[in-house]
Design a protein around this ligand. Sequence first.
Ligand SMILES: C[S@@+](CC[C@H](N)C(=O)[O-])C[C@H]1O[C@@H](n2cnc3c(N)ncnc32)[C@H](O)[C@@H]1O
Length: 228
Amino acid sequence: MASSKHQKVDFDLYAERYEALLQTQLSFFEGDRSYFTRAKVDIIQELIKVKPKSVLDFGCGIGLSLPFLKAAFPDAEVYGSDLSEKSLKYVRDNIPNVYTLADEEVDSKSFDLIFVSCVYHHIHPSLREQVTRRLAGLLNPGGSFGIFEHNPYNPVTQRMVSTCEFDDDAILLRPSETTKLLEDAALNINSNGFYLFFPGFLKAFRGMEKALRFLPLGGQYFVIASKD
Ligand SMILES: C[S@@+](CC[C@H](N)C(=O)[O-])C[C@H]1O[C@@H](n2cnc3c(N)ncnc32)[C@H](O)[C@@H]1O
């Protein structure tokens, strides 16, 4: 059963059905979930300056991005962390060559790349600054921090979020808020932009995504920062 609006969603309840629910949510993209997941890893791979030796997918859920991160950075140790133990168990049972970390274990490590996909909108606004500073503290010098989030200006995204069971606690962030969080954590903003412009029936145009990153119409956006 869905929780009431803005009450923290317990992703343990969704670990087994997460992928199916996401698939329904993304039917607009004609069932092509890999477009949705791979796009983020392609962006981070293209835009970070130094090849990471250690990668944290913070709030990895059932680990949909982890195989793409491992493929993009085959020499790196790739970790997924989450508050949801059941999601981490799913990762351990299903995704080879990556490691899981319970939330509290994250603080004993440091990383060259921290990748955070669709997590911040589940973190209450009053806690976002604290989480960002915590993660920035885990970055090695020269490391990168990429946040990928729903675009609150896109009406299709707004509808998807408002009808999705596991988005009951979602409070979307504007790109300016995300940028400020990273800046306030003493990180340097390197790049930002929008992506996921083309639904399935327009997939022939997906080659134009890069050129359109400046347009605030994509389904999601990214902000990438680095540490001195
Ligand atoms: C919508 S899922 C996204 C999962 C994955 N990153 C992806 O892109 O498919 C949001 C995930 O963030 C996790 N999460 C929410 N708040 C968190 C927090 N404060 N710290 C760590 N993980 C959190 C949830 O448990 C859930 O697995």
